[in-house]
Write a protein that binds this ligand. Structure first.
Ligand SMILES: Nc1nc2c(c(=O)[nH]1)N[C@H]1C(S)=C(S)[C@@H](COP(=O)(O)O)O[C@H]1N2
Ligand SMILES: [Mo]
Length: 564
């Protein structure tokens, strides 16, 4: 027998990673053609859905709004490592690696099928991707194998030597082909009898390499090329799902409010540098959701179904919705995941249709107490019916700060309910509302460790100063919120001294945050600043610290700073 040397580990690992890349690239391409989800996103989605609370909290704390990129990056690293391991495993038997790739394909198919948007074609990307990866792996391992090529080359040399010079020159192509053909028979016969010597090209130094580095690298190059081109093509093709054109169309014909609000009072802003502006610009507005790929919902095909415990189920189109009387409301959104002094709070002027009016058309049955809303990507949210129906400005919103909803903030339609944390009220890309009961249904975050009910706790934040100031007079300022109860008072304490009452900016109503400020003479050195807000019912926020889960963080916002 020929000497059979296993390819070195790095070569096998490289072949594995290349096969993995081809699998993902092709899967992306197929997803682009058939409109499915790439397996990485599908796996990411199930990771998001199944992440335990402590890990999710840690991820948000550590990576903030970058948590999604970190997750995708992490999955890619793990996949690359697994693919490398499959490559190394294939040194024993290519079949092992091929089986492993099909196994990943299967995991991808399960991930895709358990996702919310899975159509029957959804299994194609992981299926075809796994097939392409398996083919790549076997073909690269054929390249890693010892001598068949060396033998045919050797045979060619021998054949050429035997042939008459002038004859060979005239018919070189035929002779070449014939030599190769003959050789393949000869080789199989010879395998049992002869032991051909390794040609000298197979030796590098004194070590015997039973593979050609160049052959492998060419194969890897082709594989990486295929992966890259198909991945990019797939990405471009999924761009067809882009709704920016549809969004521009809505923007051009954006209806105005039947009952417009007066402009904001001039006094909503103190105009203090680094203090949060009263209106958060859309591009600065915090974003929190479980969507790894922002849902692309075309308003032309969008509908909202209202069903369940209703007298008459209804389904309305986007045109139906915006033909209704539109209203405006200034509402501050807050995320339950916001830590004390954290960034997940923002204020906007929303344009939309009163939820209560639409719901009344369906006729809510008296024993229902929950609206279970669902987004186009399958996220669910449970909102108390009595809150939505009590006359507050709970909206199906279509615009934000005078601009059509940005896609990441729920285009074409989202819910906004003053006084409730986003996870129990603010469904973006909303398409379905089931009228039901808390004892019958459960929304997305409830089994994941968050309370079924999420009224917003009175909160405040110190925006300035955050670290250093010059000794002497400075302004301490921030925002405070207690949506639908309003902010009545904010107090500030420096270094365990007396609590002093801050001045408050104006507000258009009880549903927004409120700027506060107080001037302070700082002596040189380190100082601790605390603040606390009192809501319109006279309740002051508690000093007792609590983490965000299960129903919102508490404790006084505290800043340690230095006057130098
Ligand atoms: N479809 C969908 N809507 C959603 C969420 C989500 O994960 N999916 N997250 C909610 C949460 S937790 C919050 S705090 C708000 C945030 O809205 P924003 O991203 O527009 O600031 O959206 C809510 N609406
Ligand atoms: Mo949230």
């Amino acid at each position: 027998m020929e000497p059979r040397t296993r390819p070195p580990g790095w070569a096998a690992a490289l072949a594995g990673v290349t096969a993995g890349a081809v699998a993902l690239g092709i899967a992306q391409l197929v997803a682009g053609v058939f409109g499915g989800t790439s397996p990485i996103i599908a796996v990411g989605n199930s990771a998001v859905d199944n992440t335990p609370l402590w890990l999710k909290e840690w991820a948000i704390r550590t990576f903030g709004e970058n948590d999604k990129n970190v997750l995708i990056g992490g999955i890619l690293v793990v996949v690359a490592l697994l693919a490398a391991a499959l490559g190394v495993l294939s040194r024993r038997r290519v079949g092992f690696g091929v089986a492993g790739l099909w196994l990943f394909g299967l995991v991808g198919m399960v991930a895709v099928l358990t996702g919310a948007e899975a159509g029957p074609l959804a299994i194609l990307p992981p299926l075809i991707g796994a097939g392409a990866g398996a083919m790549t792996l076997s073909s690269l391992f054929r390249r890693l194998e010892p001598p068949p090529w060396a033998e045919s080359e050797r045979a060619e040399v021998l054949a050429a030597a035997k042939t008459d010079d002038s004859h060979a020159a005239a018919e070189s192509d035929d002779a070449h082909a014939a030599a190769e053909h003959d050789d393949s028979h000869a080789a199989t016969e010879r395998d049992d009898s002869e032991k051909p010597e390794m040609p000298p090209v197979m030796r590098a130094g004194s070590e015997l390499h039973a593979f050609s580095r160049r052959r492998l690298l060419t194969g890897v190059g082709v594989g990486v090329g295929v992966a890259g081109v198909s991945g990019i093509a797939g990405q471009l093709l999924s761009g067809r799902n882009d709704v920016s054109g549809a969004r521009t169309a809505v923007a051009k014909a954006l209806p105005t409010a039947a009952t417009p609000l007066p402009p904001l009072p001039a006094g909503v802003e103190f105009k203090i540098p680094n203090l949060s502006p009263f209106s958060t610009p859309n591009h600065d507005f915090y974003r929190v959701d479980t969507a790894l790929v922002v849902p692309a919902v075309d308003p032309k095909s969008w509908t909202l179904k209202i069903h369940g415990m209703v007298d008459k189920p209804i389904e309305i189109t986007f045109d139906d919705l915006i033909k209704r009387p539109l209203m405006e409301a200034d509402v501050t959104l807050t995320c339950v995941s916001n830590e004390v002094n954290g960034p997940y709070v923002g204020n906007a002027r929303w344009l939309g249709v009163r939820m209560a009016d639409v719901l009344r058309e369906a006729g809510l049955q008296a024993n229902a107490d929950m609206l279970l809303s669902t987004s186009s990507d399958g996220w669910t949210c449970g909102t108390p019916i009595d809150i939505v129906m009590d006359g507050r400005d709970a909206l199906f919103a279509i615009a934000m700060n005078g601009e059509v909803l940005p896609v990441s903030h729920g285009f074409p339609v989202r819910q906004v309910v003053p006084g409730l944390y986003g996870y129990v009220s603010a469904t973006k890309w909303v398409t379905d509302i089931k009228v039901t009961r808390y004892d019958l249904d459960e929304a997305y975050w409830t089994p994941r460790g968050w309370s079924a009910m999420g009224p917003i706790k009175t909160g405040s934040r110190i925006d300035v100063p955050r670290n250093k100031v010059k000794p002497g007079r400075n302004t301490i300022a921030g925002v405070a919120w207690a949506q639908h109860r309003g902010i009545e008072k904010v107090e500030v304490q420096v270094d365990d001294g007396d609590w002093r009452v801050a001045r408050l900016a104006e507000v258009p109503g009880p549903d927004t945050w409120r700027q506060w400020a107080i001037d302070w003479d700082f002596t040189p050195g380190l100082h601790t600043i605390r603040c606390r807000a009192t809501d319109g019912t006279g309740q002051t926020q508690t000093a007792n610290g609590a983490p965000p889960a299960p129903n919102g963080a508490t404790g006084y916002p505290t800043v340690l700073m230095e006057a130098v």
